[in-house]
Every structure is written in structure tokens, then in C-alpha cells.
Design a protein around this ligand. Structure first.
Ligand code: PLP
Length: 397
């Protein structure tokens, strides 16, 4: 891991715990982006010669993402970020007045507000799914799974037409049993669509089984994937491809630009490209591929999450040992997100600022107001020790 760490300029001058916000970009991926940009200038930028290069970049990138997610390329749309991956297909669905959306109480504000706006536009009702209270960590995983399934079953109503839940909850750090929920929804009489925010799961925990079984599985490369910001993807089910209309329409959504004035209204791609829009930043594709290949070299999904867990469990245990700190999870974390509260005369915002002055970076979560420190395969024991030492000082002050 030290080789990978050595290729991350962002980690040279700080102790970094904000992987859940944004991961650092390796030097080699930055070089891949620059090289791709140079190639585009040499071949193009707008010439016959540049198009095969650009389509091949897209094809190669989608191929890798499709493979990671266990689906065919046709089910992958490239996006700019997690939020657009959720919103573009979601807003293309049409519901009937009075239909219900079941949204977990651990979703990101952008996704929640997109659901609320959808509900306002289509006169839908929103129900809240309580997963915030599930705090077992890896202790009693079966128990947690049973509790999640139970709360979903109890919350589903006759007219529930959509369930929104993150794979790995960004605030508590608890993992949701997406595959089992997908099966439950498939067999439910109202057959709700299942939207999964995969911002924190993609490249952190194994995603293949879940991504291939839900309707909308949206993620970005710039968090746990060490990719550049501005490039993400969404995996869509065949049902979404059949039933959702594009939300933002552009030339990339079209099968044929030349027949655009004809009366044939069905001109959108039948595959996930119907949710792609127009010109985007091609060089980022090379950057993401470079980072994903680097990640693959660090071990299998399982090997990597085990390394992450060894760091997060150490951090959780050390935090638990500090009197005025309460980790949010009662048992060790199942992944790399470690949230906690610190009872101090300083506010969480002041604590984050104070740590930042020592070049240690964690964040405040807004709702509930908690502190969150994330660890990744590039973390190490000494930076965790430094964070703990500084938190002990704050706790004692
Ligand atoms: C769970 C979750 N969803 C969505 C987002 C928003 O990501 P993006 O800016 O890529 O849309 C974040 C960002 O932190 C997140 O943690």
C-alpha cells in the first residue's frame, strides 16, 4: 500500500480521513488524464480522426465499470457525479398521483431533495424508512439484516412505487443488505423501483451482486475509487431502460441525429445511453481507468475491505477508549466510515478546524451533527495514532 500512497500527492502533507468526501488522485492517473488530453489535441479536437479515439475511450471505461458491477455495458450510463446518476433516471419515471416514495432517513441531502421535488411535481407521498437507528456495526450482522428487512416490510404500503436506500450509509457507516431487499421488492405486490445510492460502496465494498439486481445503482469514481472528480456512472435495470424517459435530453441520448425532424418520436437509445446528454470531459475517462487498475493491483474486493476494516476497527476501538467520545456504531464498523460525537466545549466545526490546523482532516456531518473520519487502504497506523492523540487533547481540554 505504501507504493500507492507514494503516488498520491495529496497524502504527502496531511493526515487524511475524508475519503468519503473525496479520495486523492494518484499522480499516474493525473498523467493519464494529461496524456489523453494531449492525444485529443493531436488528433482533433474536432476532426475525423478524433472520434474513434473518443468512442474507444468510452467503450473501454464502460467495459471496466460493467465488469466491476457484473452487468452488460448496455446497462451503464456515464454521469458527472452520484447525484445526476440518481436524478436523471429517477425523474424520467412517471408515477400516478398519490403513489408513495419510501426514502431512508440516511440519504444524502441532494438525493432527498430530488425525491421531494419529484413528489411535489407528481403529487406523490413520501414515507421515511428508519435505518438511522441501526447501529450494531459488525456485531450481530444477521440481527441487523433481519431488522432492516423487518423495517422495510413494515414500511412498504400498497402504493409504494419507489424505495431509496444507500448501500453503505454515509453517516452511520452501516452496510445495507441490498440483494435481499431487491428480492423482497421484486416479490412485493406494488413492485417498487429500487434506487441505491452507491457513493460510499463503489470501490470500497464488493458491489457486483447488489449493482446488478437493483433498478438504479449510482456512484462516482472520485470517492473510494481514487478517480478524478466529474466522472461517475449509473447501472440501470432493463425495467428502467424500458420505462424511464430521459430527463435531460441531448445528442448523446439519440440514436440518430439526422432524423430529428421526423415524426418518429422514439429516437432515444434503448440502452443506458438514453440518459447521457452531450459533450463531456473525455480525458477523465483515462484517469478513472488508471485509478481503477491501480486499485485492482492492491488486491481483490474482499482483501481490500479487510484492510480497510483493520484500520477502521482500530480507530473505532481507540475512539471508544476516550471518555468523552461516543462512536455512533456500538460494534466495530463493517467498512471504512467511522462516525462519532465528542462531548467538548468546542463545537464539532471548531474541532474540525483545530484538527485542520495540525494538518489532520476529518469532517462534520450536518444531520445529525456528527464527526466522521474515514480510512482507506492507503491509511496507516501512525496517522490514526496522530488523530487519536489530538482528539485526546481536545477531549481533555
Ligand atoms: C451518500 C452520498 N450520496 C451522494 C453524494 C453526492 O455525491 P456527488 O457530489 O458525486 O453527487 C455524497 C457525497 O458525499 C454521498 O456521500
Amino acid at each position: 500500500m505504501s507504493l500507492l500512497r507514494a503516488d498520491l500527492p495529496a497524502l504527502k502533507n496531511k493526515d487524511y480521513f475524508n475519503y468519503g468526501g473525496q479520495g486523492p488522485l494518484p499522480q499516474c492517473s493525473l498523467k493519464a488524464i494529461t496524456k489523453s488530453w494531449e492525444t485529443i489535441q493531436e488528433l482533433g479536437p474536432f476532426t475525423n480522426d478524433v472520434w474513434p479515439f473518443i468512442s474507444n475511450e468510452i467503450k473501454k471505461t464502460k467495459g471496466i465499470i460493467a465488469d466491476l458491477c457484473g452487468v452488460q455495458d448496455r446497462r451503464i450510463a456515464l454521469t458527472e457525479n452520484v447525484t445526476s446518476g440518481c436524478v436523471l433516471p429517477l425523474w424520467g419515471l412517471s408515477f400516478s398521483k398519490g403513489d408513495r416514495l419510501l426514502i431512508s432517513n440516511c440519504e444524502h441531502p441532494g438525493v432527498v431533495s430530488a425525491c421531494k421535488e419529484l413528489a411535489r411535481r407528481q403529487s406523490l407521498e413520501i414515507d421515511i424508512l428508519d435505518v438511522l437507528s441501526l447501529r450494531n456495526g459488525i456485531d450481530n450482522e444477521i440481527g441487523t439484516q433481519t431488522e432492516v428487512m423487518g423495517v422495510i416490510e413494515r414500511s412498504l404500503k400498497e402504493r409504494t412505487k419507489l424505495v431509496v436506500l444507500s448501500h453503505l450509509l454515509w453517516n452511520t457507516g452501516q452496510i445495507m443488505p441490498i440483494e435481499s431487499i431487491a428480492e423482497l421488492l421484486l416479490n412485493h405486490p406494488s413492485q417498487p423501483f429500487f434506487l441505491v445510492d452507491a457513493a460510499q460502496s463503489f470501490c470500497q465494498i464488493p458491489v457486483r451482486e447488489s449493482a446488478s439486481k437493483v433498478d438504479i445503482y449510482a456512484f462516482t469514481g472520485h470517492k473510494w475509487g481514487f478517480g478524478p472528480e466529474g466522472l461517475g456512472a449509473v447501472v440501470l435495470s432493463e425495467r428502467i431502460l424500458e420505462e424511464a424517459q430521459p430527463t435531460l435530453v441531448g445528442w448523446k441520448s439519440l440514436t440518430n441525429e439526422s432524423s430529428i425532424y421526423s415524426n418518429d418520436i422514439n429516437t432515444f437509445h434503448k440502452d443506458a445511453r438514453r440518459f447521457e446528454i452531450a459533450t463531456s470531459c473525455t480525458p477523465l475517462l483515462a484517469g478513472l481507468r488508471s485509478s481503477l487498475s491501480l486499485l485492482k493491483k492492491q488486491g481483490t474486493d474482499l482483501e481490500r475491505i479487510n484492510i480497510i476494516k483493520s484500520y477502521s476497527n482500530k480507530l473505532w476501538l481507540e475512539l471508544k477508549g476516550i471518555g468523552s467520545i461516543t462512536p455512533i456504531l456500538q460494534g466495530p464498523p463493517p467498512a471504512g466510515l467511522v462516525s462519532f460525537t465528542l462531548n467538548s466545549k468546542l463545537s464539532p466545526y471548531q474541532i474540525v478546524k483545530l484538527l485542520g490546523k495540525k494538518s489532520i482532516f476529518i469532517r462534520v456531518l450536518e444531520d445529525p451533527i456528527w464527526l466522521r473520519a474515514c480510512v482507506h487502504i492507503t491509511s496507516n497506523e501512525s496517522e490514526i495514532n496522530r488523530l487519536i492523540d489530538e482528539l485526546k487533547k481536545i477531549a481533555a481540554s
